[in-house]
Design a protein around this ligand. Structure first.
Ligand code: TYM
Length: 360
């Protein structure tokens, strides 16, 4: 049986990249696991969030908002363990132990670290070294992520493309640990990725859609109203070609919109066997036929179709989120349930780990 683990930072509202790259896959894995003995763990990773400066009151509310969001997208707390990482202290305990078997050089090669470092250096032109604002915690971020995964002896980790290198480190650390202390103790976790493993910015299709990009029009948040969705998609970068085609290299803007569309439509027919799922190129062809018939411009037609698909996908999620926000008692209860389920497994693993490394 598989043990599936994934996490998300409680920093802001998830965007379409988080949803299509990871979150929706979590729900699909949950639904597919109905007749299996797969175990699923989904964690809100507060300890990762604080590797960058956070305003405490805001973090506190974003943490609970994220719990509500995970339930609203369709994760079922009875079938999965949905919990706050920061409520299970074994995460930091295992992270410390893994820190002690991780070389400095390995962490220096992490691209997320390198890009943060490069940004920090650019920001301050006045001094030459400027990693001074980057914390030790940020440097060790991928080790904490490995601890998250290994604590539950996870075998599979559904994430977007930007997390693949972190996953490789997790595998590497599992292997180092196993060889040093206890053969085959940790499974080597594999990633599971979706066709939309890298959703691009609507404003700059050379970069990924991200929570931190300064231009808020570059991302669609899962709480955006239909009017906001329409406005952001209208402003999305496309091109002046007369017909649509999926070509990520020559036409990244249009291709990004086509893959988002295909992914959303695939979701809405999931489970219904009848309709064959269409990929982004098939969507391009279908929309081209509709354009020929109606005389509309290709970019406008694509954007209108996409807007409708996004609004339709988000509507039930937003309704459920609204309902859950009105029931803080239930949310607290689910938080506690997740914490207890996670703790049971985490404590068991840590007892074994302490023994193996000679700290019992
Ligand atoms: P985070 O919070 O940045 O993002 C959550 C998930 O969303 C995916 N994602 C994307 N997928 C496609 N296109 C995009 N533009 C896009 N942007 C984000 C991410 O790949 C991720 O799957 N380090 C992790 C959190 C974490 C974790 C873990 C994940 C902590 N411990 C253990 C897996 C296992 C992160 O910062 O995700």
């Amino acid at each position: 049986p598989r043990v599936i683990f994934s996490g998300i930072q409680p920093t802001g509202i998830p965007h379409l990249g988080n949803y299509l790259g990871a979150l929706r896959n979590w729900v699909d894995l949950q639904n597919a696991s109905l007749h299996t003995t797969d175990e699923l763990y989904f964690s809100i990773v507060g300890y990762h969030a604080i590797t960058m400066p956070q305003q405490p009151s805001r973090l506190l509310s974003e943490r609970s908002e994220m719990m509500a969001t995970l339930l609203a997208i369709g994760l079922d707390p009875q079938r999965c363990t949905i919990f706050h990482q920061d409520q299970v202290s074994e995460h930091t305990e295992l992270a410390w132990i893994l820190n002690c078997i991780t070389s400095f050089g390995k962490l220096q090669r992490m691209t997320t670290w390198k890009s943060k470092l490069a940004t920090a250096k650019n920001v301050s032109e006045t001094s030459d070294i400027d990693d001074k604002d980057l914390s030790l915690g940020l440097f060790a971020y991928p080790v904490l992520q490995a601890a998250d995964i290994l604590l539950y002896k996870a075998t599979h980790v559904p994430v977007g493309e930007d997390q693949i290198q972190h996953l490789e480190l997790s595998r590497d650390l599992a292997d180092v640990y196993n060889r040093k202390f206890s053969k085959k103790f940790f499974p080597l976790p594999q990633h599971i990725i979706t066709p939309t493993k890298r959703v691009l910015s609507l404003r700059d299709p050379a970069s990924k859609m991200s929570k931190s990009a300064p231009d808020a029009n570059s991302r669609i948040l899962i709480t955006d109203t239909p009017v906001e969705v329409e406005r952001k998609i209208k402003k999305a970068v496309t091109d002046a070609e007369r017909s649509l085609a999926y070509d990520g290299v020559a036409r990244p803007g249009v291709s990004n919109l086509l893959s988002i569309l295909a992914a959303l439509k695939a979701a809405s027919v999931a489970g219904k066997q009848a309709e064959k799922q269409m990929g982004p190129q098939e969507w391009a062809e279908r929309l081209n036929r509709e354009i020929e018939a109606s005389g509309a411009s290709s970019g406008q037609h694509l954007k209108a179709t996409l807007t409708e698909a996004v609004v339709e996908t988000l509507r039930p999620i937003q309704t459920e989120l609204e309902r859950l926000r009105g029931d803080p008692g239930y949310l607290k209860q689910m938080e506690l349930l997740g914490k207890e389920k996670a703790q049971t497994v985490a404590r068991r693993t840590m007892a074994q780990v302490r023994k193996s490394i000679g700290l019992n």
